[in-house]
Design a binder for this molecule. Structure first.
Ligand code: DX5
Ligand code: ZN
Length: 226
């Protein structure tokens, strides 16, 4: 078993006017990745950032930029995101049923790591072909809130998806996103999640570093069981 904890503060909860310093602050607090929420105002009812902002941030940091594409046409974003310096490119399975093979291929050819995300209403079986493929995704992001906004309540019923995935794929990176923090991390970590996205619980904490270490500890202790 070889998965390692990746704690990824969601920059959606940061002060966008000071993105570079907010990123540095999180890395200094011990963040492994920076989670970047790309929204198009169509796939989700909110509009955030795109490739130009990733490109600007890339000039200030070498960190792994874990990009979560909440967009209707992910394929249109692959080239610009690759050029901008994205590290991971996670697209939603709900909008990629016809072209996920092509998407994975192009994402890799642009030097990024492909991941697939699923909304709370999407059954876990829908991502199996993408993991079992000859050219597979390297991470599955299980949404634990409806995508679109930070600060929502964690959905514990999504943990069945995480534990089913972990049993089937012991060395897969499994990410959870939405409502994660000190009060919910144990549920996610014990189900088998190792990549943890957290926005409001980290940025809103008096000591973000303490929240990051607590989450890492919970993941490490639980991963020993697998
Ligand atoms: C929601 C985004 C999340 C969000 C998480 O659509 O994908 O990454 O920023 O924020 P919290 O941790 O506050 O739920
Ligand atoms: Zn996200």
């Amino acid at each position: 078993m070889g998965v390692t904890p990746k704690i990824a503060p969601s920059m959606l909860s940061s002060d966008f006017a000071n993105l570079a310093s907010e990123a540095k602050r999180m890395l200094d607090f011990g963040a492994d990745w920076l989670h970047m929420d790309i929204m198009d105002g169509h796939f989700v009812p909110n509009l955030t950032i795109g490739a130009p902002v990733i490109e600007s941030l890339r000039k200030h940091t070498k960190a792994y930029l874990d990009c979560h594409l909440m967009v209707t046409n992910p394929i249109d974003y692959v080239e610009p995101m690759g050029k901008a310096g994205a590290s991971g490119f996670t697209f939603h399975v709900e909008v990629s049923k016809e072209n996920w093979q092509e998407l994975i291929g192009i994402i890799k050819s642009k030097g990024m790591r492909p991941g697939v995300a699923l909304k709370p209403g999407t059954p876990i079986e829908e991502v199996y072909p993408l993991i079992d493929s000859e050219n597979p995704v390297e991470m599955v992001l299980v949404m634990t809130v409806e995508p679109g906004f930070g600060g929502q309540k964690f959905m514990p019923e999504m943990m069945d998806k995480v534990s089913t995935l972990r049993k089937k794929y012991p060395s897969l990176d499994i990410e959870v996103d939405g409502g994660l923090g000190p009060s919910t991390i144990e549920m996610a970590a014990s189900a088998g999640a190792n990549c943890i996205v957290a926005g409001s619980s980290v940025f809103g904490a008096p000591e973000p570093g303490a929240v990051i270490s607590l989450m890492r500890k919970s993941v490490s202790e639980n991963q020993e069981k697998y």
